[in-house]
Ligand binder design. Structure first.
Ligand code: ZN
Ligand code: ZN
Length: 366
């Protein structure tokens, strides 16, 4: 029987352990995949710190690209109907909407399905589709898509789950009008994905607040017209003043991609009258914060929240990678690579915000 190694988080702040476990052959609509590249997400670091509840050991990782090893007897295509066979490269984000709940069926918004992921991450033997692992077994109904051979894996995984999340959020935001001034709070994968999409959507200015310098440099290569360095402008007053000076006032659209609670109040100060504020980075940042509601009222500001993504946004992420990887340095976004045995170093590096994007490659020689 085939076995595979997995990096298991046994408890908050405990070093990841490498467990070897049997890998079941696929049955029914399952697909067995050999992981080529797993994205290391800020959310994984939040799990590691215990900021997201985890009642038991779990395999980390929810961003994956791998080669199909074997398809279950019921599988002939990917989730978009493209024929799939052994050796094909596929991309998946392990969301599996139930299609049997109010969100899925009545709201027709699978991103709100309460059954689509978290409970399934918890048991390392029952989470065979996580990505810090040599093999993933994708259950029937989990969305996965074929990656065209002309499209580098790095370009697809560049922003990890951030690009599908941003494409979903941009749909919820609505149109970016030609010439709009867009301000992005945060230069991690979500902020960088938002920067790229805002520029491609017709924004006149894209100003990015973030750090460190390497991420801001990448933001410029992805279309930012100006950047504001958090390490230089380290108070909220300084950042608001710097942004208003660059834009000659507030931003038509502010995108929160900082993942830090205080960014929310600051963002409301940065929105122009009649503007929109898109909240996309606070998924794993619980808590309350101060803001002045009167400004939202009197300035006709719209605040829009957006969580996770829907299957089409995962598909569109691949399309974007295929279309733009030669025009933008998408492959360079992957700045750090780690072997599976080194998964802890990857988590630590992401915690220190060193990489632009880190990936784990189970096949990487130590
Ligand atoms: Zn559902
Ligand atoms: Zn992620």
């Amino acid at each position: 029987m085939r076995t595979g190694k997995r990096a298991v988080l046994v408890g908050p702040n405990k070093p990841l352990e490498i467990w070897e476990a049997p890998v079941d052959p696929p049955t029914g609509a399952e697909v067995l995949v050999a992981v080529e590249m797993a994205g290391v997400c800020g959310t994984d670091h939040h799990f590691y710190l215990g900021e997201v509840a985890m009642p038991g050991p779990m395999v980390l990782g929810h961003e994956g690209i791998g080669r199909v090893v074997e398809c279950g007897p019921d599988v002939t295509t990917d989730s978009a109907g493209t024929p799939i066979t052994e050796g094909d490269r596929v991309y998946w984000v392990p969301l599996k909407p139930c299609h049997r709940c109010h969100a899925c069926t009545i709201l027709e918004d699978t991103s709100l399905c309460p059954h689509q992921s978290p409970g399934r991450f918890r048991d390392p033997l029952l989470t065979p589709f996580a990505t810090y692992t040599e093999y993933s077994l994708l259950p029937g109904g989990m969305t996965f898509f074929k990656v065209p051979e002309d499209t580098p894996s790095e370009a697809v995984i560049a922003f990890g789950c951030a690009m599908p999340t941003v494409l979903h959020a941009m749909e919820r935001l609505g149109q970016i009008r030609f010439g709009d001034k867009v301000l992005v709070q945060g230069a991690g994968p979500v902020g960088l994905a938002a920067t790229l999409v805002a520029g491609l959507s017709g924004a006149g200015e894209v100003v990015v607040i973030g750090a460190p310098a390497s991420r801001l440099e990448m933001a410029k290569r992805l279309g930012a017209t100006s950047t504001i360095d958090l390490d230089v402008h380290n108070t909220s007053e300084q950042r608001v003043a710097a942004a208003q000076e660059i834009m000659g006032g507030g931003a038509d659209i502010v995108i929160e991609a900082a993942g830090k609670l205080p960014a929310f109040g600051e963002g409301t100060e940065l929105v122009a009258r009649g503007g929109r504020y898109l909240i996309v980075g606070l998924w794993s940042a619980p808590g309350t914060t101060e803001l002045e509601p009167r400004k939202i009222n009197n300035d006709n500001v719209r605040i829009i929240g957006s969580a996770l993504s829907r299957p089409r946004h995962i598909y569109k992420t691949i399309q974007m990678a295929q279309q733009y990887h030669t025009r933008f340095p998408l492959t360079d976004v992957v700045s750090h690579r780690f072997g599976l045995e080194d998964a802890q170093s990857a988590i630590d590096a992401v915690g220190r915000q060193e990489p632009i994007k880190a990936v784990i490659q189970p096949g990487l020689e130590a």
